[in-house]
Design a protein around this ligand. Structure first.
Ligand code: FAD
Length: 372
């Protein structure tokens, strides 16, 4: 989405941008998502994060932020409506588009860019940035093509490790930034409804309940993130040999389960064991956890999973019921996925969550790891 919105802005300024996209268009991308879910095959150019519209296309489309670094949010919402989103997003406190509706909106954006003279090239991965006398001259693609330009905007997102490596190699300044890491928790939606609405059944006039929870544990924030009522957990790895989760929901939020990232803030000092990687230390830390998860999952996308109470008691779950995560689960003691300090915080944190939201801490809740 960052790249698409940059292209739209350039069009508004009367320029004709060239958009280079390593993945496929929204339609073609669907096949690769099927291959991940069904055959455990990750195409490193086309997956839940890569392809037209990036991670945004198959994201949940929750359009609100806790960040204080806000730009003109209304303008973005109006653009989304202009490209086909419901007008309700202009007035809702927590606007949400829904994954089923996003691909059409993203396609309309691409058509507008092309209509106004822009160019969109799919299957075009940038592999090098050409620099002369400290000035950008263009980029090279995986096909060996050179595309000359005196200005480039890099909007390759948080998953593009090859780009971070390229920048580091070319001595273009980058620095590590702290992030948050944890699990994706899934509860029956009816349970979350009964906790949040304090009633046995949710009436027809109430939406599937969301939740938001934050605790300080051992001096670190542990919090819910990207909570998806009536949603689905998705396999979001961008490279073979890794497992990563995230979540989404359709516009009606009508699935049977509620999922949420539950993450712990990391600090730069946590990356010390990877210090030899310099600015890429945090990225290597993250990668090591995603790779460990893949090994624990029997070298498949069957995500390591554990019931919530079992996790707090370091007990491998005897069974894992079917969850919304389509490739399936592998019962694992999730302490094996994370460094010890993180496991400790999450164990303690879930106990605290259970005290604030009665019923939240239950073996009906399934943790999927990692969310990174
Ligand atoms: C399942 C899921 C649900 C989410 N739900 C929400 C939500 O509800 N609300 C929210 O705000 N956020 C959500 N997010 C996060 C959100 O999608 C990301 O923060 C957002 O997409 C980041 O945008 P971006 O443009 O910076 O990068 P990305 O979306 O990662 O896009 C980067 C683009 O660059 C392309 N690219 C990468 N490398 C190259 C290369 N070398 N050459 C050419 N092209 C390249 C990729 O193919 C991709 O299209 C969700 C994410 C996921 C995976």
């Amino acid at each position: 989405p960052a790249g698409l919105f940059a292209a739209l802005q350039l069009i508004e300024l009367g320029l004709k941008p060239i958009v280079l996209e390593r993945g496929k268009d929204v339609q073609e991308r669907r096949r690769d998502l099927k291959a991940i879910n069904r055959d455990h095959i990750v195409n490193e150019d086309s997956n839940y994060c890569y392809g037209e519209g990036g991670a945004g296309t198959y994201s949940d489309g929750k359009l609100y932020t806790r960040s204080k670094k806000r730009g003109d949010v209304d303008r973005i919402l109006e653009l989304f409506v202009g490209f086909g989103a419901s007008e309700e997003i202009l007035v809702e406190a927590h606007p949400h588009i829904g994954t089923n509706k996003l691909p059409k909106i993203i396609k309309a954006m691409r058509e507008k860019i092309i209509e106004f003279g822009g160019v969109v090239l799919f299957d075009t991965r940038v592999t090098d940035i050409l620099v002369k006398n400290n000035e950008v001259e263009g980029v090279e693609t995986q096909k060996g093509d050179i595309i000359r330009a005196s200005k480039i905007i890099l909007a390759t997102g948080h998953s593009a490790r090859d780009i971070f490596e390229l920048l580091d190699r070319k001595k273009i300044f980058i620095e590590a930034k702290p992030f948050a890491l944890g699990v994706r928790a899934e509860h029956p939606q009816t349970l979350i409804d009964s906790i949040q609405y304090s009633c046995d059944f949710r009436g027809d006039y109430l939406p599937p309940a969301p939740y938001s929870i934050v605790k300080q544990v051992n001096g670190r924030g542990m919090y819910s993130f990207c909570m998806c009522p009536g949603g689905v957990i998705a396999p979001c790895a961008t490279s073979p040999g890794e497992v990563v989760t995230n979540g989404w929901s359709p516009s009606k939020r009508d699935q049977e389960t509620a999922n949420s990232g539950i993450v712990v803030e990391l600090k730069l000092e946590d990356f010390k064991p990877f210090a030899k990687f310099g600015a890429l230390a945090g990225m290597e830390f993250q990668k090591s956890i995603e790779q460990r998860a893949w090994h624990l999952a029997g070298e498949t996308q069957r995500v390591p999973a554990q019931r919530m109470v079992d996790f707090t008691q370091s007990k491998v779950s005897a069974d894992i019921p079917k969850t919304s995560y389509v490739p399936g689960t592998t019962p694992v003691e999730l302490g094996q996925v994370f460094p010890g300090f993180l496991t400790q915080i999450m164990r303690e944190g879930f106990v605290q969550f259970g005290k604030s939201m009665r019923g939240y801490m239950t073996n009906e809740a399934i943790l999927h790891a990692p969310e990174s």
